[in-house]
Write a protein that binds this ligand. Structure first.
Ligand code: SF4
Length: 201
């Protein structure tokens, strides 16, 4: 909290990411009370909530997707009522990359000079090193392959979606819960954009 305050005092915009799973959802609600008490009224601080995926067995999933969506909704609504929920506008174009793994402007550099595309695959998918320009283009091409599952056929997130097939988060395909949360967020953004349009017209 002190570090956040220092950054804000120095004019640096701060985004707080709340990583949520079944075990800490209640704690995060209480944390929002502390954030509100300390930072209410700050206009260069915002919050977003990330519902964590299963990752190497370290995440405690809710027993049902419905419980997870409800817990996510409680946090989101509370942050929104505080006026601190991060608002990304509706996309106005087609995304051309997902993250650093499929972005040709990015590389992950290991302490020994080897390079790759994703920090989660720093040993397994090295593409070259900092002393040579040569790269393993086959690996780089594989990183750019989008996830493609039967649900894409009528998914509201297509074609904006840029999930990568190699990404560990998508190991079991397209997570239904993640998709549902993103579709709900998209609907909310569309409604908000409509209300703004009505107000201004
Ligand atoms: S969210 Fe899933 S189903 Fe929808 S377009 Fe992306 S990969 Fe396909």
């Amino acid at each position: 909290m002190g570090n956040i305050q220092s950054a804000l005092d120095a004019g640096i915009a701060v985004t707080i990411r709340l990583n949520m799973d079944a075990r800490n959802a209640g704690d995060l609600l209480r944390l929002l009370d502390d954030v509100k008490a300390r930072f209410e009224g700050c206009d260069n601080l915002d919050i977003y909530i990330a519902l964590l995926h299963e990752f190497e067995g370290k995440i405690h999933r809710h027993e049902t997707d419905q419980q997870a969506e409800e817990a996510y909704g409680l946090l989101r609504d509370k942050a929104e009522a505080m006026g601190m929920l991060r608002r990304k506008p509706l996309p106005d174009g087609i995304a051309i990359n997902s993250c650093m793994a499929d972005n040709d402007a990015c590389e992950t550099i290991l302490p020994d000079g080897r390079v790759g595309r994703c920090e989660h695959f720093s040993e397994a998918m090295v593409t070259g090193d900092i002393w040579n320009d040569a790269r393993d283009t086959a690996v780089e091409t594989n990183w750019r392959k989008p996830l493609s599952v039967p649900e894409c056929e009528d998914c509201a997130l297509y074609p904006q979606c840029r999930k990568l097939s190699l990404c560990e988060w998508n190991r079991d395909g397209c997570d239904r819960l993640d998709r549902s949360i993103k579709i709900n967020d998209l609907k909310r953004k569309m409604l908000e954009a409509y209300h703004v349009y009505k107000k201004e017209s």
